[in-house]
Design a protein around this ligand. Structure first.
Ligand code: AHR
Length: 501
């Protein structure tokens, strides 16, 4: 099979905001306790953070981590997680039916973020609480001192403000599963007041309003337009959330799910721009795709243990990712890059143990799941300016999608570093695709390496015992002749083709 990919400097989408390589840590399952934090673990530092996990997070190059939820945040009292640990209350946690010990809160998390080379993206509780408590939180985090909450922070040992720049106005407030879910009108009003108060305390911050919890919600579209009619001027981003599954065990359909993400982004862009017109605004609101991933394996696991209600940090949502998941993650990253003009923040959900690229065992090892690698490659080589590629290839139909191109691709040029990278997925499960890449405008770039990731078994996984069973290799075949490169995109493969000036 053959294909053509054409690059051109004129095919520029926009500057890639590095925050699209963000992630997410919720107080859920073993994400915090047993994930990033495990005092007594052989690699734990003086604050109880696992150094082995920090090392893996640093490898990913995660610029921002959303915290502390998720559904959790809609019942969270942030004050429970500050000050002396022995005074912190244990609470029932209604989102996931567990007990929250509050041994980690914002005091600790911002310390962890420094160690992991990342920034905090803070979510406030607009479920059981409201704008007043959100205002207290930002005063605690960002105000220099001389006020009740900023002085409490200083008394707790943190003289310098945390300077958190990105604030989520609640989480999935349209979802009936959410504590104190709201209608679009109710939410839009509260989000507006919260955004105003947060920005009055610190005008340098940006805010994210909750979009629909998914494009399948019955109110999708009207939710965005209605809630934005109340808060357009005070928000900077609208959130999108999506999780894909292969319950049907239909790999061809599963791998085509990035077409759904494409539809989702285009639709939310339309809703935002409609709200902009109605608001007679000159301000541009963009998208924060702050939850995206594959999520379903844990529900199918026959060995899944029953979790007692009110247990502490039980193993919840621990998906073990296989090779086909890594391929879809590659295509989803390509899709986010193709929308670099409007998607400015994105968070793979989540980071450790809970539907995550990094897994740990309590008291044991930490390892990279299959989905770790495309995420790491995009974060490493996908910074600069995104260019759409013109792809000429065969297409296929599935039960749910029509005209799915076998080849997904995007290019990113980093003028500062003199680097050009083509990311490509071959979704054909049986055929290699010999692909001609027309490097139009980039003839002065030389081939560096062609990284590939493939496994004959799409269900193969990495485990603690065999952590590198699936891993990328720099063994792809690319030959360059003038402005044309010929790359072999192996059947069912993730490809990173790198050039340098
Ligand atoms: O990431 C897991 C959960 O998925 C989050 O708590 C929630 O926001 C979403 O429904």
């Amino acid at each position: 099979m053959k294909a053509k990919i054409k690059l051109d400097r004129d095919y520029e989408v926009g500057a890639v905001d590095p925050r699209i390589y963000g992630s997410f840590i919720e107080h859920l399952g073993r994400a915090v306790y047993g994930g990033i934090y495990e005092p007594g673990h052989p690699t734990a530092d003086e604050m109880g953070f696992r150094r082995d996990v920090i090392e893996l997070v640093r490898k990913l190059g995660v610029p921002v981590v959303r915290y502390p939820g998720g559904n959790f945040v809609s019942g969270y009292n942030w004050e429970d997680g500050i000050g002396p640990k022995d005074k912190r209350p244990v609470r029932t946690e209604l989102a996931w039916g567990t007990l929250e010990t509050n041994q980690v809160g914002i005091d600790e998390f911002q310390e962890w973020a420094k160690r992991a080379n990342t920034e905090v993206m803070m979510a406030v509780n607009l479920g059981t609480r409201g704008p007043a408590e959100a205002k207290d939180l930002i005063e605690y985090c960002n105000h220099p001192g001389g006020t009740y909450w900023s002085d409490r922070r200083i008394a707790n040992g943190f003289k310098d403000p945390f300077n958190i720049k990105l604030w989520c106005l609640g989480n999935e407030m349209d979802g009936p599963w959410q504590m104190c879910a709201k209608t679009a009108d109710e939410y839009g009003r509260v989000a507006n007041e919260a955004a105003k108060m947060l920005k009055w305390v610190d005008p340098s911050i940006e805010t994210v309003a909750c979009g629909s919890s998914g494009s399948g919600m019955p109110t999708f579209g009207t939710w965005e337009a209605t809630m934005l009619s109340h808060c357009y001027e005070n928000v900077d981003y609208v959130s999108c959330h999506t999780y894909y599954n292969n319950h049907a065990h239909d790999t061809a359909t599963f791998l085509a799910n990035n077409l759904d993400m494409d539809y989702f982004i285009n639709s939310v862009v339309s809703a935002i721009d409609y709200a902009k017109v109605v608001a007679h605004s000159h301000k541009q609101v963009n998208i924060s795709f702050d939850e995206w991933n594959v999520w379903y394996h844990c529900n199918e696991d026959p060995n899944r243990k029953h979790i007692e209600r009110w247990s502490i940090a039980p193993p919840q949502l621990e998906d073990v990712y296989n090779f086909e998941d890594a391929l879809l993650i590659g295509s989803l990253l390509i899709t986010l890059l193709r929308h670099a003009d409007r998607v400015k923040v994105a968070c793979m959900a989540q980071l450790v143990n809970v539907i995550a690229p990094i897994m740990t065992r309590n008291g044991g090892g930490a390892w990279a799941q299959t989905i770790f690698y495309p995420y790491m490659h995009a974060s490493m080589y996908g910074r600069g300016t995104a260019l759409v590629t013109k792809v000429d290839c065969d297409k296929y139909d599935t039960r749910h999608y029509k005209d799915v191109p076998y080849v997904d691709s995007v290019a990113v040029v980093n003028e500062e570093k003199g680097e050009l990278t083509v990311f490509a997925v071959n979704k054909n499960l049986t055929d290699d695709i010999v692909t001609t890449i027309d490097l139009g405008g980039f003839e002065d770039y030389n081939f560096v390496e062609h990284i590939t990731m493939h496994h004959d078994d799409v269900n193969a996984v990495n485990t603690e015992e065999n952590p590198y069973f699936i891993h990328p290799q720099s063994n792809g075949v690319t030959k360059v002749d003038g402005r044309l490169a010929e790359s072999l995109l192996g059947k069912a493969s993730w490809n990173v083709i790198r050039f340098k000036k």
